[in-house]
Design a binder for this molecule. Structure first.
Ligand code: IPM
Ligand code: MG
Length: 372
């Protein structure tokens, strides 16, 4: 038996292109691992009405971790229209498989490092080293949403909030409600992971990015819990910054910041901004980490118009492998891979189109593998 069992989930569009790139590097790394393919994505929605089939859930339960590439998501009406005729009109609802995967396996930490590699022409600045900790299962992604607003939900809201009076004259069909749910434990565990990481990697600050002056209860709970946890780390400063101001500060003084921690939606937004500072989504990797399973992915989407062209930058996917190696405890291999990636970027000989080069996705992977 191998030491590790790792699922590979290419998904849709360029997901397959970058997974092929990943496999070149994995082969070179020669981990003591068994790799198993897992079905996920649009293809399975269209054919089976289920983009995240139960067989994939079952397979993941037997794995140590997984690499996921990208999937396509479409709005409700378009999703219905692309189902095979036999499945249409059955009330099947498409929900993003990656969001479900995070929730079903309680992958509550979304770790998103954004570090500028020397010599990357796309860097906004060369001195950026940020790590975003995004809560990954709750908040606005909890999936508790209503439209039209059911009468009993409306009554409960009227009973408990004087502010509902502002909507007295609006018909229930004309109200849509998406809830933002935080639990104390949900706040504690993500903030704790952020402090542990800052501690282990020598970052002097953790910035909690919320908006407690307006979103008093949810953001308020998270900030209060952060203050308590911060007391256990006297050598690390807790900075409290509102999400809007954070967007501004990240453009103005990105080098002031180290570890950022935020809730699901704000973390989603701020991590795209942070990614752009270090060359865009082509360089942004992410780890969805729970206590039992972890799934590593590039942050970018499936870019259908480039599918199968082997044109896109695989660096985000290769950096996701680096995160996976760290998580597995294969830290020497992780450091070697990061070094190989840094060298290929610094030398600037093998670059995809986003970096003004004409190398293919697989050329980049081969160049990284060669450095290894
Ligand atoms: C991300 C993506 C996903 C998210 C989408 C694809 C559902 O934007 O991983 O940041 O919103 O979390
Ligand atoms: Mg996102």
């Amino acid at each position: 038996m191998t030491k590790y069992k790792i699922a590979l989930m290419p998904g849709d569009g360029i997901g397959k292109d970058v997974m092929d790139a990943a496999e070149i590097v994995l082969e070179k790394l020669a981990l003591d691992a068994e790799y198993v393919h897992a079905d996920i994505g649009w293809e399975f929605w269209c054919k089976e009405g289920e983009p995240f089939p139960q067989r994939t859930v079952d397979l993941l339960k037997t794995c140590d971790c997984a690499l996921f590439a990208a999937i396509t998501s479409k709005p409700k009406e378009e999703a219905e229209a692309e189902l095979i005729p036999e499945l249409q009109g059955q009330g099947l609802i498409y929900r993003s498989p990656i969001v479900r995967l995070r929730q079903q396996f309680d992958l509550y930490t979304n770790l998103r490092p954004c570090k500028a590699f020397e010599g990357n022409p796309l860097n906004y600045r060369d001195d950026i080293d940020l790590v975003v900790f995004r809560e990954n299962t709750q908040g606005l992604y909890a999936g508790v949403e209503f439209h039209p607003l059911p009468a009993d939900v409306r009554m409960a809201l009227e009973k408990h909030s004087a502010n509902m009076a502002a909507f007295d004259n609006v018909a229930s069909e004309d109200i849509a409600l998406s809830t933002r749910i935080f639990t104390r434990e949900g706040c504690q565990r993500i903030v704790r992971r952020a402090f542990e990481y800052a501690d282990q990697h020598g970052y002097p600050t953790v910035t909690i990015v919320e908006k407690p002056n307006v979103i008093r209860e949810t953001s308020g709970l998270m900030v209060r819990e952060a203050r308590k946890i911060s007391a256990e780390y006297p050598e690390i400063d807790l900075w409290e910054t509102n999400i809007d101001a954070m967007a501004m500060w990240l453009l103005k003084n990105p080098d002031d910041y180290g570890v950022l921690v935020s809730s699901n939606m704000f973390g989603d937004i701020i991590s795209d901004l942070a990614a752009q500072l270090v060359g865009g989504l082509g360089f942004a990797s992410s780890g969805n980490i729970g206590d039992e399973l972890a799934v590593f992915e590039p942050t970018h989407g499936s870019a259908p118009k480039y599918a199968g062209m082997y044109k896109v930058n695989p660096m985000a996917m290769l950096l996701a492998i680096k995160l996976m190696l760290d998580w597995l405890g294969e830290t020497a291999q992780a450091a070697a891979l990061e070094q190989a990636i840094a060298e290929v970027i610094a030398e600037g000989q093998v670059r995809t189109y986003d970096m003004q080069g004409n190398a293919s996705t697989l050329d980049v992977a081969r160049a990284v593998a060669e450095k290894l």
